[in-house]
Ligand binder design. Structure first.
Ligand SMILES: Cc1cc2nc3c(=O)[nH]c(=O)nc-3n(C[C@H](O)[C@H](O)[C@H](O)COP(=O)(O)OP(=O)(O)OC[C@H]3O[C@@H](n4cnc5c(N)ncnc54)[C@H](O)[C@@H]3O)c2cc1C
Length: 391
């Protein structure tokens, strides 16, 4: 293979391009905006910056936040000091850094929209606003709003969440996470350098209703959003059935990041999976010994082994976490109670938020660790009910 086209220059595309260009392949990134403030919290977990340490070791402005406040009715709020903090970027800064790294590695950046792609022999002919372009292989990194119909995840309403919010010129030192009664989603307030990124993501409600919920919350907290800039976007949140039929790869193309639906269905974390899938896709492309069909299968296998099986299991867990009940109370409210009362449960939630505790294996950790006090016996019953059997 000589020439690789990377369609989309967000974290998934930029990172794949960096890897491919560094290995010596002619790599061209097409993005209609290049670096931009993509609607996002911008939070990177410990899992992300320990695998890719340059995400922490750089001069780009970012907030490193330890203090997190989780709240749910009727339990109220509980503060938790994260042992492994969240690193929060503006997406303009993060995207620019990743694109600059790709460019320094030798990738060519083209600011243009890809309008379509067709097979041309064993390669591809891309139609862009700037004209046609020939490539041997395509990395599809066009995000959750992928308009290229023949490649990437085929979306259904059930497999997405709507996410909207405000960038607000204000400051606070801690992260807020608010769960809402009978609502599959949550509200967040992330402090960034110079502003707050606040938002709500949720399934099964129209955007207007989500916006009203968020604004009511901000008014209650005394956070004025009148000077904030509003945003809305789609967040992949695949159901179990969505994972089963997910269109991730085909002959001559691999989908990375949101274009392949690779987002945690509970937390909405997508930045790590975007970069990790970009990394694994480049590994597959660089393995010259495989046929195009083998490449597609190898990529799917690598993803499953690396993180996708865990996200699939997370999809089974999601509804139980947001909408489940235990002893006459909603599960999020019980979680707040347990964090308050049990140091061991608090560590468990910290590990989940840091990405060091996968969903798979959660049940066995609980069975190993939680016993003894009455509180922990109760918690054990609670978690046995919330976490389904691993299959
Ligand atoms: C409101 C919100 C909050 C979030 N908060 C977090 C968070 O705090 N932490 C976290 O880990 N994840 C978060 N996510 C998820 C995260 O934003 C995504 O998972 C991540 O951006 C995926 O990266 P990507 O490169 O796959 O796609 P994107 O970042 O969406 O990049 C796709 C790129 O493709 C370009 N593009 C699209 N179509 C074309 C085309 N036809 N031609 C040329 N260019 C094209 C776009 O311009 C864009 O730059 C959040 C998502 C939302 C919506």
């Amino acid at each position: 293979m000589k020439r690789i086209a990377v369609l989309g220059g967000g974290p998934a595309g930029a990172f794949a391009a960096e890897r491919l260009a560094r290995a010596g392949l002619e790599t061209v990134v097409f993005d209609e905006k290049l670096a931009w403030e993509k609607p996002c919290g911008g939070g990177l977990t410990y899992k992300a910056y320990t695998r890719y340490p340059f995400l922490l070791d750089n001069n780009v402005p970012k907030k490193i936040v330890h203090d997190t406040c989780l709240a749910a009715h009727p339990a109220g709020a509980v503060h938790m000091d994260l042992s492994n903090p969240l690193v929060i970027y503006s997406r303009m800064d993060l995207n620019r850094m990743l694109l600059e790294r790709a460019e320094s590695a030798g990738a060519q950046l083209e600011k243009t929209r890809v309008l379509g792609l067709d097979r041309a022999g064993s390669g591809w002919r891309l139609k862009t606003r700037q004209g046609a372009f020939e490539a041997d292989f395509c990395i599809v990194a066009t995000g959750a709003r992928n308009s290229l119909r023949n490649v990437g995840t085929e979306w259904t309403a059930a497999d997405t969440m709507f996410a909207l919010g405000y960038y607000i010129p204000s400051a606070q030192d801690h992260i807020d996470i608010q769960f809402l009664p009978d609502f599959e989603g949550y509200i967040w307030v992330f402090p960034r350098c110079g502003h707050l990124s606040v938002g709500i993501c949720g399934k099964g409600e129209p955007a207007q209703a989500l916006r009203a919920r968020l604004e009511r919350y901000l008014e209650r907290k005394g956070i004025s959003y009148k000077d904030g800039s509003f945003y809305g976007h789609v967040l992949p949140s695949l159901e179990r059935s969505g994972w089963m039929k997910n269109r991730l790869a085909g002959e001559g193309w691999l989908a990375v990041g949101d274009a392949g639906g690779l987002v945690d269905p509970i937390t909405g974390e997508g930045l790590y999976y975007a970069m990790r899938s970009g990394d694994l896709a480049s590994e597959v492309v660089l393995n010259e010994s495989q046929s195009p069909a083998e490449r597609a299968q190898t990529y799917a296998n690598l993803l499953r082994r690396d993180f996708m099986a865990d996200l699939e299991f997370g999809a089974t867990l999601a509804k139980r976490v947001f909408l489940g009940r235990f002893l006459f109370n909603a599960v999020p409210s019980r979680m707040v109670d347990f964090i308050r009362r049990s140091p061991r449960f608090r560590v468990l939630i910290q590990d989940l938020l840091a990405g060091t505790q996968p969903y798979l294996g959660l049940k066995s950790r609980l069975l190993r660790n939680l016993n003894g006090t009455m509180q922990e016996v109760l918690m054990n019953v609670f978690l046995q009910r919330v976490i389904p059997e691993e299959t």
